[in-house]
Design a protein around this ligand. Sequence first.
Ligand code: UD1
Length: 431
Amino acid sequence: MDRIRIIGGTPLKGIIPIGGAKNAALALMPACLLTKGTLTLSNLPHLVDITTMANLLAQHGVLMALNGDSKNGGHTGRVLELTANEITNTTAPYDLVRRMRASVLVLGPLLARCGEARVSLPGGCAIGTRPVDLHLKALEQMGAKIELEEGYISARVDGRLKGAHIIFPQVTVGGTENLLMAATLAEGETVLANAAREPEITDLAQCLLAMGAKIEGIGTGTLRIQGVDALHGAEYSVVPDRIETGTYAVAAAITRGDVELIGTRMELMESVVKILRECGVTVEATDRGMRVAAPDGVNGTDIMTEPYPGFPTDMQAQLMALLTVANGASMITETIFENRYMHVPELIRMGAKVNVHGSSAIVRGVPKLSGAQVMATDLRASSSLILAGLAAEGETIVNRVYHLDRGYERVEEKLAACGANIERIKGEAAE
Ligand code: UD1
């Protein structure tokens, strides 16, 4: 298994291209199941999770063709054509779903198009229990009959799904995406209240509009969908990845560097920009994206994760890395996932001072971290350890980087291009 070796201490200087959003792409790809036409997605990132989704769709009968590259700023994305002319299989098997929870996003489209779907129940995962009960309850409100048998969600509907007024008791990104897709082909009007408002949802809704769906309230907490008889093919470019952007913004700040992130959009991440500015980081929009600089180091601040437009849980681990070397103390409160502090013991091994009490963590800034062997436990925890390694004195080895490869494309190349001393060590790791 690959490892990443970093010698910390170099301020990053230069340009980092930002790719298309993994989480947007993982919702846009299954949207192809809603039509016989061809959905062409550009600015698609090249990541393990995207390949997993492609494999899942292939076994449902989706034909796929890579059709060159798309240019977005300095980033070269992929163009993928997806055609679900005939759906040959409505089962999403355990082996693929267990690798990636987002596989559950085929449930809504399959049910809407074919009247049936069997999807392996996603199990627990490293960052908490993460059930899908809200997806299932909402689909039941639309007339689906759902049973859980042999570890599978087995869903059926006689005829079409029926429009319904759904009030999510809790904001759920995946639940909103599943229901939004299902509702586009339902009979009549569906209202999704307390819907997630993440930019990835807006991206999915815009793509569905391009495919002929009727959706109002895009970008708000209430989505109103008029079901149509059929959708058609479309071309759509994936929104820039706000979490990749935020991660490299922290890389610039934690190394006291000065970096321009290109091919991204600052308005996708106002809550992160606000926190970085509170820490004393310079963040400004440029023609090509945004510039982040922190020549004098950073100050502590308090953060609470919340659904969009609040501070994203997917940036919590990275900001914690930054706050470990800030002046003063900070408090982080995680409200979205339980057990999302698995990076903490690893940061402590690097000299960070962090105390976790339930869902909150107190971080007392130290002048320097020191390099160590650390273990990546999930995707964003991995990036937090890379960031800590960039700032630490001496050598850091991050083990189990396969988590990182699920969500970050060419991470060591992008950082090395800005002066970081970082390399991938291929092969066997000290597990
Ligand atoms: C998505 C993102 C993930 C991000 C998260 C929150 C993708 C592929 N993943 O995950 O990176 O961290 O949003 O921004 O886009 N919940 C339930 N029942 C449900 C569904 C959710 O109790 O049926 C709970 C979850 O356990 C969690 C909270 O709701 O505590 C939010 O989860 P949700 O927004 O659904 O996250 P995902 O869509 O899984």
